[in-house]
Design a binder for this molecule. Structure first.
Ligand SMILES: C[S@@+](CC[C@H](N)C(=O)[O-])C[C@H]1O[C@@H](n2cnc3c(N)ncnc32)[C@H](O)[C@@H]1O
Length: 262
């Protein structure tokens, strides 16, 4: 028999904030509190979530910060206040919405392409965008594209490409916390045999389609196992194409890769 659930301080606060009773969550097995309330706090924004999208994680906020710093540097050192931004696998839209909010505050005007393979995820992302700007402006500035990776992306070059694609090795899914394994979409988690299958396909498409501008950067969230040694052994071609810099998250775990054209 599984242990009865006890609520964390965070969960209690979320229930209070959205006027739920503790019993509303306690009777739902290991349902994440965000799927009950329908909201999550991410990068200082309150975003909508539902079971068709991954609940954005605190580590991902760190990637948003890295992207903001890069865009800020482009604007101050190269006077680049506009350009092209692409996010692949946007889910709730968390990363792109946070960047859109930043751009509005910094008066940057990048064209954004925001993709996902899931139509319901893309609809959630659109809803989240609409909370943070004028709908006409958003529809002019942001293209929401349902597609498998970049399969139908028209030719263009991007200054910033970001992807937090599924990166967990398939065999590790069964060992995930029940609240993740039983409630979050597996399409958002399962990265194939070594967890890097989809990410490698994306990088292959970026390379073949020449989607990255010479001065641009690719920001990836990856599994702890996706180190430079791993890439050298399993995907050596990548190191002949890109300069790859690993970054650690606040928990000192290998978590991000930043790529530039060689
Ligand atoms: C780990 S979730 C990340 C969601 C969001 N970007 C975030 O950081 O919270 C991965 C997302 O990639 C999408 N995805 C999975 N396979 C895909 C594919 N082949 N092409 C495009 N998107 C895909 C999933 O639907 C999911 O929304």
């Amino acid at each position: 028999m599984s242990k009865p659930r006890s609520l964390s301080v965070y969960e209690r606060n979320q229930l209070l904030k959205y006027s739920y009773k503790e019993s509303d969550l306690l009777t739902k097995g290991n349902l994440p509190v965000e799927y009950l309330t329908g909201f999550v706090d991410f990068a200082g924004l309150c975003l909508r979530v539902n079971p068709s999208v991954l609940i954005p994680r605190v580590e991902t906020e760190e990637m948003v910060e890295m992207i903001k710093q890069f865009m800020f540097a482009l604007s101050t050192t190269q006077n680049l206040n506009s350009g092209n931004f692409l996010e692949v696998g946007t889910g709730s839209g968390a990363i792109s919405v946070a960047i859109f909010d930043f751009m509005q505050k910094q008066q940057l005007s990048y064209q954004m392409h925001v993709t996902d393979i899931s139509a319901t995820a893309l609809e959630t992302a659109k809803q989240n965008f609409m909370q943070f700007g004028d709908s006409t402006q958003i529809m002019q500035q942001v293209r929401f594209l349902q597609m498998n990776l970049l399969s139908e992306l028209p030719p263009s070059t991007f200054d910033v490409i970001v992807a937090n694609l599924p990166y967990l090795p398939s065999a590790s899914l069964e060992f995930l916390d029940e609240s993740v394994r039983d409630f979050e979409p597996h399409r958002a988690l399962d990265g194939g045999a070594d967890g890097f299958v989809l990410i490698n396909q994306l990088l292959e498409q970026i390379w073949q389609g020449q989607f990255l501008r010479k001065t641009g950067k690719i920001f990836l969230e990856v599994d702890v196992s996706h180190t430079l040694d791993f890439l050298q052994n399993e995907y050596p071609d990548l190191l002949n194409r890109f300069a790859i810099t690993p970054h650690f998250d606040q928990f000192a775990r290998h978590r991000f890769l930043v790529l530039e054209l060689l």
